[in-house]
Design a protein around this ligand. Structure first.
Ligand code: AMP
Ligand code: MG
Length: 433
């Protein structure tokens, strides 16, 4: 039995061959303390590449980037309308003559003068003599006559040179994982190539005598390995090269053999299964047999109480519990910060935001608990109202697939009653980049 099972109650030892060691709750590590151990002594990998902007999405910026040009590069019109001379910005209505035109991408034909306005289009360089631009919908035009019922303030609707970015401004910090927004500002600032960290090489390994490959019909006592596809997908991204290390039986030599090979070329191995401490659990011993160091941790966390953290030469090892929800929670809580640190990326935030329990959510104090949860509505002030799904089943996959995210119940709290505030971690948001 896995210690990660949410219903694992601390029953007394059942017999001589019962390998469970009862661990008082006070000896369990908080997830925060465990995360610090996971990150202890871990440094970003070496190696950078110069890539074109088009290949930079999802990569990690290797250095700060400073703008050498102002943005905008010149004063330009913020609306389609008319450029007016300072002499025509008094308080009363004005009737002016339209004397020419300035469009985006073209030099202005004329300069504004008292009584003479210039037709300007959004993005056009502001013509000489223009003190403000009035939006066309605030004017009435008949032929080349323009009536302005209410003149604009000086400077209105003019985007000033450098008002967005002054030269010398840091527009991208080292460690930023580049997304669409960063590509936009870099392009605008004239950056066509940039230096990014090399891809992190991460191996994903499953352990367990019971496991068969996806697509293979398991025997009478077997199950299909579902953690490897899940963990691979959770890690996958432009900044990573994920290597499939397969599923290995619960034998120390077998696991050690795979780890020894992996340590030659990988920065990190993430494994699942085989860390709960029973006689079948081989991972910690295998790390040591392969010549590495390893710490087995017991966490005040449900699911995902056991994890092991190791190192094999230059390769970090994060060994997670085998139950699927435990493996997912372990990856989110410990794997994400670890890959971010190794990849030279800024630390990801713990995330989550307050939601409200729409039904009671049972929680025994003592361990931080993560439960698949679905959004069923909104409170008056817009917070999601959530219900937990699949309580009592860290091995259950359907609640996870049906959920919108994970509810987090703090270790010290008891049951969350209807209306109680519960932290919620959405799997995705509508505007995810
Ligand atoms: P363990 O952490 O090895 O004690 O495994 C706990 C539970 O998770 C057991 O029911 C295992 O069969 C299951 N399990 C372990 N590895 C996987 C995997 N890769 N895919 C799906 N279930 C797994
Ligand atoms: Mg196992």
């Amino acid at each position: 039995m896995s210690a990660a099972s949410p219903d694992a109650s601390p029953a007394p030892s059942a017999g001589a061959d019962d390998h469970r060691v009862l661990t008082p709750a006070t000896e369990l590590l908080s997830p925060e303390a465990a995360a610090a151990i996971v990150l202890d002594g871990v440094a970003p990998v070496d190696g950078v590449y110069d890539v074109p902007l088009a290949a930079a999405r999802g990569r990690v910026a290797a250095g700060d980037i400073t703008a050498t040009v102002p943005l905008p590069r010149f004063d330009n019109a913020a609306v389609d309308g008319y450029g007016l001379h300072a002499a025509d910005l008094g308080s009363g209505a004005a009737t002016l003559r339209v004397i020419g035109r300035a469009a985006a991408g073209h030099a202005a034909e004329v300069a504004a003068a008292p009584g003479a306005a210039v037709r300007v289009l959004t993005g056009a360089r502001v013509p000489e003599g223009v003190a403000a631009v009035i939006a066309q919908e605030r004017t009435v035009r008949t032929g080349d006559r323009l009536t302005v019922p209410q003149p604009p303030e000086p400077g209105a609707n003019i985007r000033r040179r450098g008002e967005d970015v002054a030269p010398g401004t840091v527009i991208l910090r080292a460690g930023t994982v580049l997304d669409a927004r960063h590509l936009a500002i870099l392009a605008a600032a004239g950056i066509g190539r940039l230096t990014v960290r090399r891809r992190l090489r991460v191996g994903v390994l499953s352990t367990g005598d019971e496991l068969v490959e996806p697509g293979v019909e398991p025997g009478p006592n077997g199950i299909v390995d579902s953690n490897r596809p899940m963990l691979t997908a959770l890690i996958a991204g432009p900044a990573f090269e994920v290597v499939d290390l397969g599923a290995v039986a619960d034998r120390v030599e077998a696991v050690a053999g795979v780890l020894t090979g992996a340590a030659r070329h990988l920065d990190l191995v993430v494994s699942s299964g085989g860390v709960a401490g029973s006689e079948a659990d081989a991972v910690a011993d295998a790390i040591r047999q392969a010549g590495g160091t390893c710490r087995s941790l017991k966490l005040a966390l449900r699911p995902g109480k056991p994890i092991a953290v190791g190192r094999l030469g230059e390769t970090a090892v994060l060994a997670l519990a085998g139950n699927p929800v435990a493996a997912m929670v372990g990856l989110l809580l410990f794997g994400r910060p670890l890959v971010a640190r190794l990849a030279g990326a800024a630390a990801p935030s713990r995330g989550g935001f307050p939601a409200e329990a729409a039904e009671p959510i049972r929680h025994r104090p003592g361990r931080t608990e993560f439960l698949p949860a679905a959004i069923v509505g909104r409170t008056g002030d817009g917070r999601p109202r959530i219900v937990s799904l699949g309580r009592g089943g860290s091995a259950r996959l359907l609640p996870l697939a049906a959920a919108d995210g994970l509810a987090e119940l703090a270790a010290d709290d008891g049951d969350a009653e209807v209306g109680a505030t519960v932290r919620f971690h959405p799997f995705a948001t509508a505007f995810a980049l």
